[in-house]
Design a protein around this ligand. Sequence first.
Ligand SMILES: *Cc1c(COP(=O)(O)O)cnc(C)c1O
Length: 323
Amino acid sequence: MSLIFFPPPLQQINSEITRHAGVDLYVLRLDLMHPWVNGNKWFKLKYNLLEAKEKNFTTLLTFGGAYSNHIYATAAAGNLFGFRTIGVIRGEQRLPLNPTLSFAVQQGMQLVYLNRQTYRQRNTAAVQEYLQQHFGEVFIIPEGGSNLNGVRGCTEIVGEAMPTAGYAYAFDHICVACGTATTLAGIALSLHQKQRAIAFSVLKNGAFLAQEIESLLTNYLASGLPAPYSSPASWELVCDYHFGGYGKVNDQLLLFSQQFREEYGIPLDYVYTAKMFYGVMDLLKQGFFRRNDSLMLVHTGGLQGNVGMEQRSQSGSVKPKTR
Ligand SMILES: *Cc1c(COP(=O)(O)O)cnc(C)c1O
């Protein structure tokens, strides 16, 4: 299943800030693995697709907001690997479809809308049974691909770092943006004990994510799914760079991503990666890392949130929501 993907490049960032802090900083470009099925959302989908194939399901059903990176990736991956796909979208239908949803439809995804109240109950037995009855035998993937199959896929992220096997272990810190913590959990499970995973919460009041990380790690290790090591590496949760909360931005963040793109040719999304990159640069200025440390920043892809942001600023009403 991985043959159609490009190995993600590891791109070095040399700046005044890294030189001053005395660190090596590299970006793992998961955004460049495939034009449509990329970033951490591919890793979270991989074992869900394999399980669906194994169990002879022909249709995948999943959930997301109207600007969801996960809906986008599921539509494209389903099409590539020969599944029918159904996207259950939060809220009312808005026409014309935004670029994320028109892409999904182009990829063959059938869209269904759930009002926000029912959507909130999407993981209950009642709603899941209703969906099964309505759509027949469907393989249900949770919102964001955030289940143990998702964690399993994310244990493979850091190992993708080229050019040589084992190269990834040269990094002291692996930094990643954190929404549900599925990606962080997978990464922490795949690191050597001397390495550290650092999660940057994109949510306001993200401290609860520490509990989430703990339980994902415990549940994963108890599940019997393959784990590279019998215990996770150390990890840390940084909660100071949410910029007001999920999907919220300010001028400082917008300016930062614009400059970052101009200087290094790396596009960042405002919902996730821009906040993490900003946070790392700020921590470097504060002397949070030691001299000679080496950092790998995982570019988790996903630019659908930017589309939402741009539409909002044009119409003044559409709220950016991804996931
Ligand atoms: C979904 C997403 C994340 C968050 O991943 P979690 O596993 O939910 O923590 C980070 N970055 C991007 C670009 C995403 O689309």
